[in-house]
Design a protein around this ligand. Structure first.
Ligand SMILES: Nc1ncnc2c1ncn2[C@@H]1O[C@H](COP(=O)(O)OP(=O)(O)OP(=O)(O)O)[C@@H](O)[C@H]1O
Length: 253
C-alpha cells in the first residue's frame, strides 16, 4: 500500500532521509519510533505531498506520488494525478488543525464536499454518523474553541475518516493533550485500527500505544530504519543497540 524506494530528503545541507526503503502492506498497522528530529514527521509529510522527495520514489496503492505513468514512461505528476493520490491518504496532526471559523459539522463536511464533490446532505449524514462514533453527536454545532483538546482531536479523527482514506497517518496525536484526555483518544484509535481495513502509519513517543496499535514497529534513526519487528519483539528483545538506548531513554528502563 505504501512503498518508499531509496528516498532521500534534504533540507538545504541537512540530509533527513538517507536512501530510505520501507513498505506497508494493505490493512497493516505500522508504527514509527525513534529519537526526536530523526525525520519521522517528514515521512508523513512526504506522504501527504506537503513535502517533495529530493530523490527516490514513493508509491501509494501502486501510484507514484511524484510521477505518473504515460504509456510505459514515467513523467512528473500533474495536479490532477496528485489530487487522485491525495484522496487515498488522511492525516491526523498533533495540533488538531481544525478550521476555527467553522462549526464541528462543517469541519467534517468541508473536504468531502469541496474535494470529492459529495452532496452536502450526504456529507452531513456521514459526518453525524462519525460524530456518533467519536461520541460527540451533541457538539455538531459548536465551534472548536469551545471543545477540550481531546474533543478537538476526536473531531480531527472524524474529519480524516470522512474522506474515506485508504491510508491513515497519525502524527503524535496525543502529545498536545492533557494527560487525562490521552487514554480516551488512544482507545478510540485502537477501536478504529482494529475494526477497519485501514492501513495505518503512526508516529508516536508513547510506547504503550505503539504496542497496542501496531502489527509492526519500525525503529528509525538518522534517516534510516535500524530495526523492525513485531511490537513484542521490539519492546522486549530489541536487537540493535540504538533501539535499546532509545527505549531505555523513553521508558527509563
Ligand atoms: N521545512 C523544513 N526546513 C528545514 N528543516 C526541516 C524542515 N522540516 C524538518 N526539518 C528538519 O528535519 C529534521 C527531521 O524533522 P522531523 O520533524 O521529521 O523529525 P521527527 O523525527 O518527526 O521529530 P519529533 O519526534 O521531534 O517530531 C529536523 O532536524 C528538522 O529540523
Amino acid at each position: 500500500m505504501i512503498r518508499f524506494d531509496k528516498v532521500v530528503k534534504r533540507f538545504g545541507d541537512v540530509t533527513v532521509l538517507r536512501e530510505l526503503d520501507f513498505h506497508v502492506r494493505p490493512g497493516e498497522r505500522v508504527t514509527l519510533i525513534g529519537p526526536s528530529g530523526s525525520g519521522k514527521t517528514t515521512i508523513l509529510r512526504l506522504l501527504m505531498t506537503l513535502e517533495r522527495v529530493t530523490s527516490g520514489t514513493i508509491e501509494v496503492d501502486g501510484q507514484y506520488l511524484s510521477h505518473m505513468r504515460r504509456g510505459d514512461r514515467l513523467v512528473p505528476a500533474d495536479e490532477r494525478h496528485l489530487r487522485q493520490v491525495r484522496k487515498k491518504v488522511g492525516m491526523v496532526f498533533q495540533q488538531f488543525n481544525l478550521f476555527p471559523n467553522m462549526n464541528v459539522l462543517r469541519n467534517i463536511t468541508e473536504a468531502p464536499v469541496r474535494a470529492l464533490g459529495v452532496p452536502r446532505d450526504q456529507a452531513e449524514a456521514k459526518a453525524r454518523e462519525l460524530l456518533e462514533m467519536v461520541e460527540l453527536a451533541d457538539k455538531a454545532d459548536e465551534h472548536p474553541s469551545r471543545l477540550s483538546g481531546g474533543q478537538q482531536q476526536r473531531v480531527a479523527i472524524a474529519r480524516a475518516l470522512a474522506m474515506e482514506p485508504e491510508v491513515l497517518l497519525l502524527d503524535e496525536v496525543t502529545s498536545a493533550l492533557d494527560p487525562e484526555l490521552v487514554s480516551g483518544v488512544q482507545c478510540l484509535l485502537r477501536d478504529i485500527a482494529q475494526q477497519g481495513n485501514l492501513t495505518l502509519l503512526c508516529v508516536t513517543h508513547e510506547m504503550r500505544f505503539a504496542r497496542d496499535i501496531s502489527d509492526r514497529v519500525l525503529m528509525f534513526d538518522q534517516g534510516q530504519i535500524v530495526e523492525e519487528g513485531d511490537p513484542e519483539q521490539i519492546f522486549t528483545e530489541p536487537t540493535h543497540q540504538r533501539t535499546r538506548d532509545f527505549l531505555q531513554a523513553v521508558l527509563g528502563a
